[in-house]
Design a protein around this ligand. Structure first.
Ligand code: G6P
Length: 367
């Protein structure tokens, strides 16, 4: 079918706005609301016997994998190795027999990821694939195929595929935890409930679009931008920086908030906006203290949090953005929205080719 932009100026904008629907669509095939259980396709291997997981992907899909590493280790207590696909084979990774290798890809055709998949198969790993194109090479080569239902993604910079990947990976983490005997039915019910709230919370985040657009003039003149986060908001910081680089051509770095004092703090001055991703939750205080280290050096902070977080720490920020208060499990899906929209509006302001940024390709089929 022909895909058009509808009322949107760019495919990327359309795809950002589609997220509540496509995430709901994706969750529908992984959550069973009737008994509040996650329900995944049953693999031809025993999930409970998996002792180590290797996650491999590129670009935005890699950052989804990084979030998944936090979840798998936290919920299922299974150790996870994580690599970008272009490095994976060449570091001679150690894979014990009976391990699970998980590949994440929108296209299912990224050459490095596909080569990594074949390498892991040759090393005796079971192969799980989270992929948006069900007819792709990776989909065909999977032992456990976990499709995202994002629909075709046209914008070169990935958006809706990312949040759908997170939805699938959260369900997989819960499934894994159950297989490992680490999830009571009550815990599972709670997880299903939290995930089911993601689409509405993402809608609320989209409702902040005007406020996000108003931040763009603060970022567009910058030569460098820093993104900081902790826990699963660290991969979000990396994704925020990647989105900005890809489409606005502004140099941006994502950093673990606590690592900033080991280097990037030397960059801080009034000309480097620092975007702090800090939903209220167990890591909030620690992130805020890193944010204050930035402010003490004259840094200009944009704090993305919820009302409660902004109330507690918003003073002295250049700008704040309030999102709905959400459970930490779904925060990466919800906070992806402002991070994407901010990059989008900065790019529009700079007049770049948002859907076809220079030097980039939608699907990279060379190594
Ligand atoms: C390209 C795209 C990115 C994408 C990456 C991985 O670089 O521009 O948006 O994240 O490839 O693609 P995949 O299809 O494997 O997710």
């Amino acid at each position: 079918a022909m895909i058009d932009k509808g009322n949107h100026r760019h495919f990327m904008q359309k795809e950002i706005y589609e997220q509540p629907i496509v995430v709901a669509q994706t969750l529908r095939s992984y959550l069973r609301r009737i008994d509040d259980q996650v329900s995944l396709p049953v693999p031809d291997f025993d999930l409970s016997a998996i002792r180590r997981v290797t996650i491999v992907a590129c670009g935005t899909s890699f950052y989804a994998g990084m979030v998944a590493k936090y979840w798998f280790e936290q919920f299922a207590r299974v150790p996870v190795d994580l690599d970008v696909a272009s490095e994976f084979r060449y570091r001679a990774p150690v894979m014990e027999d009976g391990g699970l290798a998980l590949f994440i890809s929108q296209s299912g055709e990224t050459a490095d990821t596909l080569a990594a998949l074949r390498h892991a198969r040759a090393e005796g790993q079971k192969i799980a694939v989270v992929v948006n194109v069900p007819t792709s090479s990776m989909a065909r080569e999977a032992d456990l195929l976990l499709p995202t239902h994002a629909g075709p993604e046209i914008g070169v910079a990935s958006t809706k595929a990312f949040t759908c990947q997170l939805a699938v990976l959260a369900a997989l983490a819960a499934n894994f935890a159950r297989a490992k005997g680490r999830l009571t039915p009550e815990d599972e019910k709670a997880i299903v409930g939290h995930l089911a709230e993601a689409p509405a919370a993402m809608n609320q985040a989209l409702a902040q679009d005007e406020a996000i657009q108003a931040l763009a003039p603060l970022i567009a003149p910058a030569r460098d931008v820093l993104y900081l986060g902790r826990g699963t908001d660290y991969p979000l910081a990396l994704e925020g920086a990647l989105k900005l680089k890809e489409i606005s051509y502004i140099h941006a770095e994502g950093y673990a908030a606590g690592e900033m004092k080991h280097g990037p703090i030397a960059l801080i001055d009034e000309a480097v906006p620092v975007i702090v991703i800090a939903p209220s939750g167990p890591l909030f205080e620690k992130t805020v203290s890193n944010m204050q280290e930035v402010q003490a050096r004259g840094g200009k902070v944009v704090l993305i949090s919820d009302e409660e977080g902004i109330e507690a720490a918003g003073e002295g920020c250049l700008a704040t953005l309030a999102l709905p208060k959400v459970h930490p499990l779904i925060a990466p899906m919800v906070y992806a929205v402002p991070v994407q929209l901010l990059a989008y509006h900065v790019a529009v302001l700079k007049g770049t080719d948002v859907d076809q940024p220079r030097n980039l390709a939608k699907s990279v089929t060379v190594e």
